[in-house]
Each structure stands twice: as structure tokens, then as C-alpha cells.
Write a protein that binds this ligand. Structure first.
Ligand code: AMP
Length: 503
């Protein structure tokens, strides 16, 4: 695997792999600690189950990731924003025998749960290098990422070592030649973190950590960034926007910054214009890709010309190795400017969903003409002047503050609440069509006698064990009956229109 080869290569140098607040980990230490974790895993050779890693950005997580891969095992990151109940659903799906819980021991699971103390003993135990023939193979699952699923349970997306190698080959031409410092802010449970963890390590970069606590306190975050020597920014546009709200966020704060790489949701003209003005020495890249096809598959450099264009910022052209097609009702869409569903083909397309052959079958395919593996994205796009433009979804999936959310997932979970018979969730969008927050329309089992504010407070509290904070609607509105569309389904458009009428 390319990232493991690179780790070995840079372990012979004095480079720093990770900076996490006051802690630093050199490539040499990362290599030694990941070998130690792999040795410990290999003590139980009969166990091939994925290793679950629960935490935020603790320094020990990176050695665990590379350790799992060196032992030929997949890992499953679960961020601390995921509530215990949902985390246990993931565990039930994965059936791990080893769970690393750095989130304060809140997880109830029958298998082995390693505490931070136990993990430290394992990571610092001396021993020989792990032979390469134990390392993960090309076709083996490297990680499983759980994303919002329309059934109300998160679904596990598998990505292989070969997929990650293909991603690295495709993305590295966008990276600086060698070394530098890359922002490590994106959660491990969101695949855009692979831009730091895999491509960054391949280039011998230093991963500069911004954890949840720092991201929530921009003053502290900027004080740390000022000393970071950051050369490559990787984040969702949402985090970029959050930072850009402060006037301090400019080239003087990050004098070595050469590139912004955005991924995961719509990048707006506004943000590009602000950054172009404040960071005259930095290039801006808009990239796009679903988890199912490994981190990102397209890229566009946002030039001054594209910024002046009245069309949205394009998601760009495919990276090396990736083939894109557009399709409508099973027929290829080839005309310039014609909209169709985007199909992604090539070596970054993953094997599918864990334990869900039905969903895998629906979204993934093998192209009969080329033999390439393909994935139907559900994203509507058109092509113009060699660039792809994103223009919405075919379903109820959306991005909220950079997080991928299925509205049905939220509805299913709200229906678990004691007094909710039926729930319908709609996004409240801004002028550029992006979801800003969610509103839930509820049919109650019985009148609750509460004021709207009291009801909202109660429902938010009741929903917290089931849903991460970003999936909990901001507004709750009670209905006597739902408006239905011609197919007899709940008419979300009508509900969204009602929302515009209610202040
Ligand atoms: P995820 O699997 O969380 O990476 O989410 C993938 C989805 O996010 C895609 O299918 C798109 O709907 C959306 N997305 C990702 N990148 C972009 C982008 N640059 N512009 C618009 N939408 C994007």
C-alpha cells in the first residue's frame, strides 16, 4: 500500500508526521507505534474483524490506523459526535473483537474495549518490525465509514487498500512535490480526512491537527494555526466559511499557505472571492467525490475566470484513472450542458456496503463494455467546456455543514420518540440553494399541551441519544395531517412552502 511504503520511507528521516496541540509524533515514532499495534493485533491471528476506533483526533489514533493496516485489518472510525446508541448500532453491524475507545469509556460493548491507558502500553511495547506480507492486500477492506442511511441506521461504506492507492495516484499531482504541512481538521469518520492521512503521508507531510474543541474556538484555533507553517488547507467549504467570518483569516496568519483544497459540498463564489482577496498567494481547488468512490474523484482549480463566471463553481474534471459518465433514464447523456445522473467508474470505486447486498446491487455495477467497476452517485450534473457542474440530487440526501444526511434517516429516528407518530423533515435553504438547517413536521400521538418552545426543547433532548447534533432539526412543527403528492407520498415541497409562510 502506497501510504505504508511512504511511512517506512519517511521513518528513516527526522520528519514530523503529526502535530496535535502540544504533542508531536515523528514518522519514526508513527512507524514504531503502528508496528507495535499491528504486533498486538497479530497475537490473535484468527481474528480478522475490523478494529473500531472511537475518538476525535487523539494522537494515538493515527498509529492505530496504520497498525490495523499493517496487520491486514480494516478499521472503522467512529467520531465522538456520534451518540452512544448510534455507535452501538455500528458495532452490531461490524461485530468487532477490538474496540479502541478514546471517548471517555461511554461505549457499552461485550467485546474487548481498550482504554487510553491500555492502548498506550500496547503502542509503546518494543518488538520487531511487522513483515510486509502481513500488511493489508490490494483487495482487502482498509476502512468502513458509516454514513447516514435512509433506513434510519447508518450504512457502512467499504473502501479497499487498492481504492486508496488509486485515490493517491490520482490526487497527488494536485499536491506540493514533497513535504509541507497539511491541515488535519476533517473527522476520521469523514473520508476527506484521507487527503491528510493517505495523500499527506504519501508526500511526507506533517499533519497539523485541529480537533473539535479547537474548531469550536476560533481564537485558539487561529493562535495554533499561526505557528503551524501550514502549506495545504483541506476542509469542507463550511469550515472554510466559519474561519472566513473572522478578518484574521488571511495570508498574514498563514504566510506559507499555497493551496486550499475543498471537498464534500457546494463551494460558493462568495467564499472563493473572499479567499482570493485575502490569500493572494494561495490557489483554490474545488474537489468532489462520494465516500463510495474514495475521497474525491474530480478537481477544478478556481481561476479568476471561473470566479467571474455567473455559473456555479464547477466540480471540475476527473482525476487520473477516473472515468465519468452522465445518464438519464438508462440512456447516456452526451450533449454539452445537458443534465444527467453522474456515474463514476474506475479503480477508486469501492466494493459496496457492509452487509447490504441489496443497496450495493442498486448503486454499484460493473460496466459490460470496459469491465470497470462503477457507482451511481445520485448527483445531477452537466458538462461544459471539459468541466462538470453539480446541480442537485435525485433523492433526499443533502449536505448540512459538510455532513452527509439522509432525511429519511432523521425521520425514522424521530419516529422512535414516545409521542411522535410520523415525522417529515425538510431542509431550509439559503439563497444559493444550500441547506442551512432542518425543520421537522410531526404528527403527534396525542396533544402534548406544550408551547412550541417547550416542545422543541423536549424533542431535541429526546432525540439526542439517537442522532448526532447536526442531524437534529432546529424547528419542530406540529401538523394535523401531511399534504400528499400525486404518488400518495408526503409532499415535502408543500411542507417546505408552508415553512416559508411560518416565521
Ligand atoms: P460524502 O460521501 O460524505 O463525501 O458525500 C458525497 C456527496 O457530497 C456527493 O455525492 C455530493 O452530493 C456532495 N458533494 C461532495 N463534494 C461536492 C462538491 N464539491 N460540490 C457539490 N457537492 C458535493
Amino acid at each position: 500500500m502506497l501510504a505504508l511504503d511512504a511511512l517506512k520511507k519517511y521513518a528513516k528521516t527526522d520528519r514530523t508526521a503529526l502535530v496535535n496541540r502540544e504533542e508531536r509524533l515523528s514518522y519514526r515514532e508513527l512507524d514504531a507505534r503502528s508496528d507495535a499495534f499491528a504486533r498486538w493485533l497479530l497475537n490473535a491471528p484468527e481474528d480478522r474483524s475490523p478494529v473500531v476506533l472511537r475518538g476525535d483526533k487523539e494522537t494515538a489514533l493515527l498509529p492505530c490506523i496504520f497498525g490495523a493496516l499493517k496487520a491486514g485489518r480494516a478499521y472503522v472510525p467512529i467520531d465522538t459526535v456520534v451518540p452512544g446508541d448510534r455507535a452501538v448500532q455500528i458495532l452490531a453491524d461490524v461485530e468487532p473483537q477490538v474496540v479502541v475507545d478514546l471517548a471517555g469509556g461511554t461505549l457499552s460493548w461485550d467485546g474487548k474495549v481498550l482504554s487510553p491507558g491500555e492502548l498506550e502500553t500496547i503502542l509503546t511495547a518494543p518488538g520487531p518490525e511487522v513483515p510486509r506480507d502481513q500488511w493489508i492486500g490490494e483487495g482487502d477492506t482498509a476502512y468502513l465509514l458509516f454514513t447516514s442511511g435512509s433506513t434510519g441506521r447508518p450504512k457502512g461504506v467499504a473502501v479497499t487498500a487498492g481504492n486508496l492507492d488509486a485515490f493517491c495516484r490520482g490526487v497527488l499531482p494536485l499536491y506540493p512535490e514533497d513535504g509541507g504541512v497539511v491541515l488535519h481538521q476533517v473527522s476520521y469518520s469523514f473520508d476527506v480526512s484521507g487527503c491528510a492521512v493517505y495523500a499527506g503521508i504519501c508526500r511526507g507531510m506533517t499533519l497539523f491537527t485541529v480537533d473539535h474543541g479547537m474548531a469550536a474556538d476560533l481564537g485558539a484555533c487561529f493562535a495554533a494555526l499561526e505557528r503551524s507553517g501550514l502549506s495545504l488547507w483541506v476542509s469542507t467549504p463550511s469550515f472554510g466559511e466559519l474561519c472566513a467570518q473572522s478578518e484574521r483569516f488571511r495570508q498574514e496568519l498563514l504566510p506559507r499557505l499555497e493551496r486550499f483544497l475543498f471537498c464534500g459540498e457546494v463551494l460558493t463564489h462568495d467564499l472563493c472571492d473572499t479567499l482570493a482577496e485575502r490569500f493572494p498567494r494561495a490557489r483554490i481547488l474545488n474537489t468532489y467525490g462520494p465516500t463510495e468512490t474514495t475521497v474525491l474523484v474530480t478537481a477544478a482549480e478556481v481561476t479568476a475566470e471561473l470566479r467571474r463566471d455567473s455559473r456555479p463553481i464547477p466540480i471540475g474534471a476527473p482525476i487520473a484513472g477516473v472515468t465519468l459518465r452522465l445518464e438519464r433514464e438508462g440512456q447516456p447523456v452526451t450533449g454539452e450542458g445537458e443534465t444527467g445522473e453522474l456515474l463514476i467508474l474506475g479503480p477508486t470505486v469501492g466494493p459496496g456496503y457492509l452487509n447490504r447486498p441489496d443497496l450495493t446491487e442498486k448503486a454499484f455495477f460493473t460496466d459490460p463494455g470496459t469491465g470497470l467497476r462503477g457507482y451511481r452517485t445520485g448527483d445531477l450534473c452537466y458538462r461544459k467546456d471539459g468541466m462538470y457542474y453539480y446541480c442537485g440530487r435525485v433523492d433526499n440526501q443533502l449536505k448540512l455543514g459538510g455532513y452527509r444526511v439522509e432525511l429519511e434517516d432523521i425521520e425514522e429516528n424521530l419516529q422512535k420518540l414516545p409521542n411522535v407518530r410520523r415525522a417529515a423533515v425538510v431542509p431550509v435553504r439559503d439563497g444559493e440553494g444550500r441547506a442551512r438547517y432542518l425543520a421537522a413536521f410531526l404528527l403527534l400521538r396525542e396533544a402534548d399541551g406544550l408551547s412550541p418552545l417547550q416542545r422543541t426543547i423536549r424533542l431535541k433532548k429526546e432525540a439526542a441519544p439517537f442522532l448526532p447534533g447536526y442531524m437534529i432539526p432546529r424547528k419542530f412543527l406540529v401538523v394535523e395531517a401531511f399534504p400528499l403528492n400525486v404518488n400518495g407520498k408526503i409532499d415535502r415541497k408543500a411542507l417546505a412552502a408552508r415553512l416559508e409562510e411560518t416565521p
